[in-house]
Design a protein around this ligand. Structure first.
Ligand code: PMP
Length: 360
């Protein structure tokens, strides 16, 4: 039976990347050593580190003169604290848009360090939309967005004008999935474990000039400056994770970069949302407005919610793994990250059509 991996994260990676990574665990590029047993300052690892940084910047169309790429530990959740530690000014404030549970956590962490203005929120709508007409303060220490809301299945398909304040974006669940004018952001962070690699490495892409504005006297490991100065080799980076992120970046370049993967992702999402419309007697998308819908995490319910447990059991038995919605949102969620194929979406739609025929 074919297994289709719809997990929200850690999530599907390209099969060829997994095969290459398995080979690197056995022996890295003819060195006689495993990636798991080489020095992070040695000739085996360092070129991989530098190449991964260069490939990420190339994919994002950013210049190495302007931006640095960091590979940090602690997950995206550590960035929720590191961003305000570094950039929230004592006498200032930061603007946050609350579009879901992860944004809420980012806000909670920032409040430990100073004043937060929540300038837009979809909390009253159970986070099933993206707030409209958000106005940002030009004097904010920074503004913070979450590009894709993994749990609720919403996304900023068009980013708002954030004004002159530095702009920070949590891109954990749609990093490198579509063309974005990345230059509109001064700091982007993403846990790798959805679109970019295994759990254990968090990618931070930061505008170098922003660092000059950072707060002083931070613990060494929580200062972006420490990592930027050392090109993310201040201490031992998550070596294996960086290696796999590098393999994913090369794979993405073979797919035609972000424009190439965007075309694939757009079609996959259109196929599944189209099926939800066509099968509207049985299913309904959770996010009502098409322009607010995520291409990465497609959330839906059965019209008769009592039937969801059975639908999920049947879909799991048919090979569709990880389709259950997040515990705080309920329902179903199909995560169609970069490595998930159109063929997999077609198979899922086939299963849903068959289910609808049997239960409609
Ligand atoms: N932000 C978003 C948008 C996420 O989806 C997640 C994880 N699902 C996080 C942050 C937290 O990431 P981590 O588990 O790497 O701390």
């Amino acid at each position: 039976m074919t297994i289709y991996n719809l997990n929200a994260g850690p999530a599907i990676l390209p099969r060829e990347v997994i095969a290459e990574a398995a080979q690197g665990v056995l022996e890295l590029n003819g060195t006689g050593l495993s990636i798991l047993e080489v020095s992070h300052r040695g000739a085996e690892y360092e070129p991989l580190h530098l190449q991964a940084q260069a490939d990420i910047l190339e994919l994002m169309e950013l210049s190495a003169d302007e931006y640095g790429v960091l590979f940090l530990g602690g997950g995206a959740s550590t960035q929720f604290a590191m961003v305000p530690m570094n950039f929230l000014k004592q006498d200032g404030h930061a603007d946050y848009v609350n579009t879901g549970e992860w944004a809420t956590r980012a806000i909670q962490e920032a409040r430990r360090y100073g004043t937060v203005h929540v300038v837009g929120s979809s909390e009253d709508a159970s986070f099933n939309c993206i707030p409209r007409d958000v106005r940002f303060h030009s004097d904010a220490s920074y503004v913070h967005l979450t590009s894709n809301n993994t749990i609720y299945g919403t996304a900023w398909n068009t980013f708002p004008e954030t004004g002159p304040a530095p702009a920070v974006c949590d891109m954990s669940s749609d990093f490198l999935s579509r063309t974005v004018d990345h230059r509109r952001f001064d700091l982007i962070y993403a846990g790798a474990q959805k679109n970019a690699g295994p759990a254990g490495v968090t990618i931070v892409v930061v505008r170098k000039s922003l660092i000059a504005r950072a707060n002083a006297d931070l613990p060494t490991m929580f200062s972006y400056q420490t990592h930027l100065k050392a090109n993310s080799l201040y201490n031992t980076p998550p070596v294996f994770g960086v290696y796999v992120v590098g393999l994913v970046a090369k794979w993405l370049k073979r797919q035609g970069g972000l424009a190439g993967i965007e075309a694939v992702n757009r079609k996959k999402a259109a196929t599944l949302y189209g099926a939800l419309d066509a099968l509207s007697d049985v299913f309904r998308p959770i996010v009502p407005r098409a322009e607010d819908r995520s291409w990465m995490n497609i959330t839906f319910r059965l019209r008769d919610e009592k039937l969801e447990a059975r639908f999920l059991k049947e879909s799991d038995a048919a090979g569709f793994k990880g389709l259950k919605g997040h515990r705080s949102a309920g329902g179903c969620r199909a995560s169609l990250y970069n490595a998930f194929s159109q063929e997999g979406v077609d198979a899922l739609v086939g299963f849903m059509e068959d289910y609808a025929r049997r239960n409609g």
